[in-house]
Design a protein around this ligand. Structure first.
Ligand SMILES: [Zn+2]
Length: 359
């Protein structure tokens, strides 16, 4: 057969050769460096991804490299691009602390807190240094503002060095949220199957489908997972925690979710138990306030609401009702405003429309 095995080579020696070739493509034996952290095989190291000063201040993003003693893929775990989504940040800190390079096949690049200024200053959603959302500017720019330079550094140091990526989020200071994950449909069958297996292994039973099949305009910026997917790296997002809280239940969901993906990728021993019957959401409707004032929710995350149902209201500063928050579709409340502060145009709720499971 044309292109078959060379004459004189036994099946057994071909197999050995193939195993060697495959193993060489995986993290094994060599040092792994991310930012200032270099871990030898079987070791763990901490350091910083340095974002040099530019039009604004420099930043140092903490990173932990766990370089497994055995060969396997490299998984990047990222949190805290929104620095007050505390559960996701604490989950990665704990996961990195407890990760044992001796039992790991492959490597972990753990970035538990991308947006340190947001965390330190308790500023939700944005990087207070430049007022930008740190999960919207990938692949970044080496000469942009701090958010863009940080995205550039993470793209080079983390995304380009990994095979798989999980981005962790949660309800921010002002968001009441139920746990859910995102899976993206890119239209690339093998990539989508790989990330779908990851999101099922993660185990959260509410999954939002992101439609990334339409290419972005040249030069457009994007979120972290979309960027990683554009480089062919299977990636998912998971969210837990809300309104400044980090309960044991939310931390466990995120830590166990990451570990289950590691089991699925054969980086850890044991079997992942993928979620069997998740609810998939094909469309998320975003309801924004039409008035400044004081917000009162009338529904909780996870409740099923009907189109036209009142799910909250806004009063003026004297307590007079000035606007009703009405569900624009029938679906499940994925998150709803957690605090009374409300500005015209701010998000009141995300409502997910239940969809068929993707093939
Ligand atoms: Zn977030």
């Amino acid at each position: 057969m044309a292109g078959g095995k060379p004459a004189g080579v036994t099946m057994e020696s071909m197999k050995t050769w193939l195993v060697l070739v495959i193993a060489c493509g995986m993290a094994s034996g060599a040092d792994l460096t991310v930012g200032s952290a270099t871990a030898a095989s079987g070791r763990k190291a901490t350091g910083f991804i340095q974002v040099p000063a530019g039009v604004d201040a420099a930043a140092n993003i903490p990173v932990i490299v766990v370089n497994g003693a055995k060969p396997g893929p490299t998984l990047a775990l990222v949190a805290g691009s929104h620095g007050t989504e505390y559960a996701s940040i604490l989950a990665l800190q704990k996961l990195a602390q407890s990760a044992d390079p001796g039992e790991l096949s492959g490597a972990l690049i753990v970035v538990p807190l991308v947006n340190l200024a947001s965390f330190a200053q308790k500023v939700p959603h944005l990087n207070p240094v430049d007022g930008k959302n740190m999960n919207r500017f990938f692949p970044g720019k080496p000469d942009g503002t701090q958010t863009e330079r940080a995205a550039w550094a993470i793209a080079k140091q983390v995304v380009e060095k990994c095979d798989y990526l999980i981005d962790l989020h949660g309800g921010d200071l002002d968001e009441d949220l139920r746990q859910y994950a995102y899976w993206a449909n890119t239209g690339k069958a093998a990539l989508d199957a790989a990330s779908r297996a990851m999101v099922l292994a993660f185990g959260l039973d509410h999954i939002i489908i992101q439609d990334y099949r339409t290419p972005l305009a040249a030069g457009a910026t994007m979120n972290l997972t979309r960027f990683a997917l554009s480089l062919g790296k299977a990636s998912v997002t998971a969210e837990a925690g809300h309104a400044g809280m980090s309960s044991a239940e939310d931390l466990d969901a995120l830590i166990e979710g990451c570990r289950n993906v590691m089991r699925h990728l054969k980086m850890l021993p044991g079997k992942a138990a993928p979620v069997e019957h998740p609810l998939w959401f094909g469309r998320v409707s975003i309801l924004a306030s039409e008035q400044d004032g004081v917000f009162y929710p009338l529904a909780a995350p996870e409740s099923y609401v009907k189109h036209g149902m009142r799910i909250g209201y806004v009063t003026d500063y004297f307590g007079n009702r000035v606007w009703d928050a009405v569900a624009p579709i029938s679906g499940v409340i994925l998150y709803i405003g957690a605090v009374p502060s409300m500005k015209k145009g701010d998000t009141v709720a995300h409502i997910g429309e239940v969809a068929e499971a993707p093939m």
